[in-house]
Design a protein around this ligand. Structure first.
Ligand SMILES: [Zn+2]
Ligand SMILES: [Zn+2]
Length: 478
C-alpha cells in the first residue's frame, strides 16, 4: 500500500512553490565549478561542444548536419595493425561548403565510411601520404564499388607523392592497380560506369616542400617531405575558411614538420609508444624489431608531444597507434612530457572532431555493426538523373556456353511467382530522368547531400552579406 502511494505521488505534477533566493540558486547551480576562476582539467579555452551537436558525448551518423562554417574530421581507420575496431589508417575531412577529402584509405576503412553514412560515390579526392599498403589498401575497392554505386559523373582522383624514381611514384602504383583490376574493371563495364571507369592521378614532386597539391573552391592543400626510411612520403596541410588541418602521415619527427604544420588548428600525427620490451612480450616478437621500426620510420610519443608543443595547435591528436589499455596511459604520459595543451587520441575508429573558428570538440562516434549503404548521392543542378549507357554487355565478355547451362528459372521460382527477369540493360542509350519523373523517396535519398550543400552555400552567402553590412555600419560610426 505504501509503495503504491509513493508511485502515485511521484508521477503527479510538481506543485508551484515560492522560488528560492537568488543566493541559494546560485550556490546550488554553479557552486563547486570554476566559473572562470581556474582552468579545469582538459577544459581549455575554446574546447567545448557546439550547440548544434545532438549529444556532447557521442556522434550518431546521420543525426547532425555539418554547419556552413564548420570542419568535421572523422577517424575511419586508426592503426597499422588491422583488427576489429581499428582498421588501417584513413582520415575523412568534411567542410561546410560541401567538399570532402579522404586522407589515406587503409584496408578495411571503407567499412567505417559506410557505417558513418557516407555513400562511396561521394568520395572523389583521395590524398595518399605514402605507398605503404596500410595507407592505400582500400583504394581498389573504393574505385570499383564507388563507381558501381553511382560514381558515374566524375572520375576518382588520387593525389600522392612521386618516388625517387618513377617506378616508386603514385602514378605507377595506380597503373599497377589498373592492371590488377583488369578483370574486375571489364566485368563492371556491363554497368553504367560512365566517367568512373577511369581514374585520375595527381602526382606531385615529393621534394617540392610547401608545394600546392590542390586549390579549388577556397580550399588549399600543401605537402612536405617526411622522413620515413624511403623517399616519397609526405605530410599534408588543408586550409579552408581561416582554419587548417594537418595530417603528417608516417615519419620521423623533423624540422620540416615544425615549419609547415606551425599554427595548425588541428594537428594530427602518428605515434609509437616507448614500450618495446612490454610490447614485444605481448606480441611474442623480439624487441629489436619494434625498436628498429620506430627508430627508422616513426614518431615516438615523446617526440609527438615535443612537436605539438612547438606547433601549438588548438587541438592535438595522435593516430596510427594501438588503442590498448596497457599502452594508453603511457601514451598520455609521453605526450604530456612536453605538451600541456588540448590533446585527444585519434583512435579507436569512429572518433569525430567538430571545429569552427571559435570551438573544437572531440567525441566518440557510435558506428553500427551492420549498416546499410547510403544511397548514391547525386548533384541535381541539371534537374535530371543521368544514367550512362554501360560500355559493354554480357554477350561481349562471356561465351554463350556457360550462360546456356543456367538452370531454367521456372524450375526454382514457386508456382504463381516468376519475376520478369532483366537480363539485358533495359535501354539503348544514356537514360535521362527529369527530377519531376522520379519517385519522391529516390529524390529525397539521392539528393540529400546536394540539398545540404545548397543550403550551406546560401547560408555562407547570407553570412558574408551580413558581415559586409556590419563593416559598413562600423565605418559609418567612425
Ligand atoms: Zn603506416
Ligand atoms: Zn608507413
Amino acid at each position: 500500500m505504501a509503495l503504491l502511494l509513493v508511485f502515485i505521488v511521484d508521477v503527479r505534477a510538481q506543485e508551484v512553490q515560492e522560488p528560492s533566493s537568488e543566493e541559494d540558486i546560485k550556490a546550488a547551480l554553479s557552486g563547486g565549478v570554476p566559473m572562470g576562476r581556474w582552468k579545469e582539467g582538459m577544459l581549455f579555452e575554446g574546447v567545448s561542444p557546439m550547440p548544434w551537436l545532438k549529444s556532447s558525448a557521442n556522434w550518431f551518423p546521420g543525426t547532425e548536419e555539418i554547419q556552413p562554417e564548420e570542419i568535421r574530421v572523422t577517424f575511419m581507420g586508426t592503426s597499422p595493425s588491422i583488427r576489429p575496431g581499428q582498421m588501417n589508417t584513413s582520415i575523412y575531412v568534411e567542410l561546410g561548403n560541401g567538399d570532402n577529402f579522404v586522407f589515406d584509405i587503409g584496408e578495411g576503412s571503407v567499412a567505417n565510411y559506410v557505417a558513418a553514412g557516407v555513400a562511396l560515390n561521394q568520395l572523389k579526392h583521395v590524398f595518399i601520404t605514402h605507398l605503404h599498403v596500410d595507407h592505400f589498401g582500400a583504394l581498389p575497392y573504393l574505385w570499383m564499388f564507388g563507381t558501381w554505386a553511382g560514381g558515374w559523373h566524375q572520375p576518382l582522383t588520387v593525389h600522392g607523392p612521386s618516388g625517387r624514381t618513377p617506378e616508386y611514384g603514385t602514378k605507377t602504383m595506380v597503373e599497377g592497380m589498373k592492371m590488377m583490376l583488369g578483370w574486375h574493371r571489364d566485368a563492371f563495364s556491363v554497368f553504367p560506369v560512365g566517367k568512373g571507369h577511369d581514374i585520375q592521378v595527381n602526382e606531385f614532386d615529393f621534394r617540392n616542400n610547401g608545394g600546392v597539391v590542390y586549390e579549388e573552391n577556397g580550399v588549399k592543400i600543401i605537402h612536405w617531405q617526411r622522413s620515413h626510411a624511403k623517399d616519397g612520403a609526405s605530410g599534408y596541410k588543408l586550409m579552408w575558411n581561416g582554419m587548417s588541418v594537418v595530417w603528417t602521415g608516417d615519419g620521423r619527427p623533423s624540422e620540416l614538420d615544425l615549419k609547415y604544420a606551425k599554427g595548425a588548428d588541428l594537428y594530427i600525427t602518428e605515434l609509437q609508444q616507448e614500450l618495446m620490451e612490454i610490447s614485444s612480450g605481448v606480441q611474442g616478437v623480439p624487441p629489436f624489431l619494434g625498436r628498429y621500426t620506430v627508430d627508422t620510420h616513426h614518431t615516438p610519443g615523446y617526440a609527438a608531444g615535443y612537436l605539438a608543443n612547438q606547433i601549438k595547435p588548438r587541438m592535438f591528436m595522435t593516430t596510427h597507434m594501438s588503442f590498448d589499455p596497457y599502452l594508453n596511459e603511457e601514451t598520455v604520459a609521453e605526450v604530456r612530457n612536453h605538451w600541456k595543451g588540448p590533446y585527444h587520441f585519434g583512435a579507436p575508429d569512429g572518433i569525430v572532431v567538430n571545429m569552427t573558428k571559435e570551438k573544437v570538440w572531440v567525441r566518440e562516434g557510435v558506428l553500427p555493426d551492420f549498416p546499410n549503404n547510403r544511397s548514391p548521392q547525386f548533384n541535381f543542378d541539371c534537374g535530371q538523373l543521368n544514367v550512362p549507357l554501360p560500355p559493354t554487355s554480357r554477350e561481349k565478355i562471356q561465351e554463350p556456353f556457360v550462360r546456356e547451362q543456367e538452370i531454367d528459372p521456372t524450375k526454382y521460382y514457386p508456382e504463381g511467382y516468376h519475376p520478369e527477369l532483366l537480363t539485358e540493360w533495359p535501354v539503348k542509350s544514356d537514360l535521362v530522368v527529369p527530377l519531376e519523373g522520379m519517385p519522391e523517396t529516390m529524390k529525397k535519398s539521392m539528393g540529400a547531400q546536394w540539398r545540404l550543400k545548397k543550403k550551406n552555400e546560401a547560408l555562407i552567402k547570407e553570412n558574408e552579406a551580413l558581415k559586409k553590412e556590419n563593416m559598413k555600419l562600423q565605418e559609418k560610426k567612425k
